[in-house]
Design a protein around this ligand. Structure first.
Ligand code: SF4
Ligand code: ZN
Length: 418
């Protein structure tokens, strides 16, 4: 069934029917983000007097200022105000940007936050689609779906490199502050987890269940965000899930979660584990920030993030791995997760946690270093990060094993992984 929504001010067809559509190769008119340029999405609250409802500004080159096949940096900043508006609601509005942009025919959107990726097709541009329409559709749809929580909304689209770089700085601080709100909570101290079904439109059997210590695999929803989302929209995609009886505390499996997953996956998945990569790990859709995979020869696990395009010791690049584990199935030996989750205490805890981590890209190491080093100190191996191999050491199991041995990596003395 093709549902086309008509009351959105864009010159192309618009509706959920176009969500899974790809824009490729010769048909790309404009590309932003996806590791090619900087791109970010950020919803932030502002005082009411600073906002003109419905105003959309493109600050920098518009699509019409660039030739077909161009790349531009892009910062999408949505500013909202209203008496009901709370800071806690910002991430909920922000996560809508992904599917709302995807609903436009000929426009492809992947990712979130500073990991977003946009392609606009030549067909869409020929029909008159401009960056401005991203602002117009966000204004229309967010008002329609979330008008209860804000009064005014305006959108700024930045395409100058220096502006986007400056915004990146501000937005990253905001993302980090959101992530930190979950710090100190544990899975044991709450009886309620939350579901996220936002990705079922393209991975119909995929159900994210989000606990305090397992942030959503896309990195944009943590437990606190889901709680806020449920407050805003009690019949929406984030429902409370009562943990129920503990089936396995070490693996992270609960009866109430299983029951929920069974129903929400329409009988496709009847259980999964929160803390294991070996035993029936959680399912994945397509938006995971990172993928971990078992590296048998090293008795450990490697992790690769979406931005890393090179080969990995699993013998696959990120895109191949994503194709292998995406689509809402459980794939023992592989698991999708967020970057933040790597430094949450339950990460791979069924298999020994961070001590299992034998390889990750250098840039990812740098990105998560501060929090990683705190966790490493807690487990008594403060220099663990340096003992983990990266692409400068090697990208095959054999190559990194030598490094791990030389550096006395803890995975080599853990019990056999498989
Ligand atoms: Fe929700 Fe999971 Fe999709 Fe993120 S990946 S939007 S948490 S279903
Ligand atoms: Zn997803």
């Amino acid at each position: 069934i093709k549902t086309v929504i008509t009351d959105v001010p864009v010159p192309v067809a618009y509706g959920p029917a176009f969500e899974g559509e790809r824009v490729r190769g010769e048909n790309i008119y404009l590309e932003c983000g996806g590791g090619r340029t900087a791109m970010l999405e950020w919803v932030t609250s502002r005082p009411g007097e600073d906002i003109v409802d419905g105003k959309v500004s493109v600050i920098g080159p518009e699509i019409t200022d660039t030739p077909p096949g161009s790349k531009l940096p892009l910062g999408i900043v949505v500013e909202v105000s209203g008496r009901q508006m709370q800071e806690d609601y910002e991430p909920i509005l922000e996560r809508q940007v992904h599917h709302l942009i995807n609903y436009a025919q000929g426009v492809m959107h992947i990712g979130q936050r500073d990991m977003a990726w946009l392609r606009v097709s030549k067909d869409a541009v020929a029909k008159g689609f401009r960056l401005e329409h991203i602002g117009l559709l966000l204004h229309a749809k967010l008002h329609q779906d979330f008008g209860r929580i804000f009064e005014k909304l305006q959108v700024k689209l930045f395409t100058w490199e220096t502006d986007v770089a400056e915004l990146l700085h501000q937005a990253k601080a905001a993302y980090a502050a959101r992530d930190a709100r979950i710090e100190g909570m544990t899975d044991e101290t709450t009886d309620i987890f939350y579901s996220c079904l936002l990705c079922q439109s393209f991975a119909p059997s995929h159900v994210c269940v989000i606990s305090p210590e397992r942030t959503g695999l896309c990195g944009s929803y943590n437990w606190m965000d889901c709680k806020a989302s449920f407050e805003i929209n009690p019949t929406g995609p984030n429902q409370p899930v009562t943990k129920g009886a503990t089936i396995d505390a070490r693996l992270g499996q609960w009866q109430g979660v299983n029951d929920f997953v069974f129903k929400a996956s329409r009988g496709n998945i009847d259980h999964y584990n929160f803390y294991s990569i070996i035993s029936d790990p959680m399912t994945a859709c397509g938006c995971m920030e990172c993928i971990s995979a078992v590296v048998p020869l090293c008795n450990g696990v490697m992790t690769v993030n979406r931005e890393h395009s090179g080969m990995t010791p699993s013998g696959m690049k990120f895109t191949t791995l994503a194709g292998t584990i995406g689509g809402g199935v459980t794939t023992p030996g592989f698991v999708g997760h967020s970057k933040y989750n790597m430094t949450q205490r339950k990460f791979l805890s069924a298999e020994g946690g961070l001590k299992r981590l034998v390889w990750m890209p250098k840039a990812l190491k740098e990105e998560i270093a501060d929090r990683f080093n705190e966790r490493a100190a807690e487990i008594g191996i403060p220099d663990l990060l340096n003992r983990i191999a990266d692409e400068t050491v090697g990208v095959t199991e054999e190559d990194i094993l030598e490094y791990l041995t030389e550096n006395n990596h803890p995975a080599l003395t853990l019990e056999p992984l498989i």
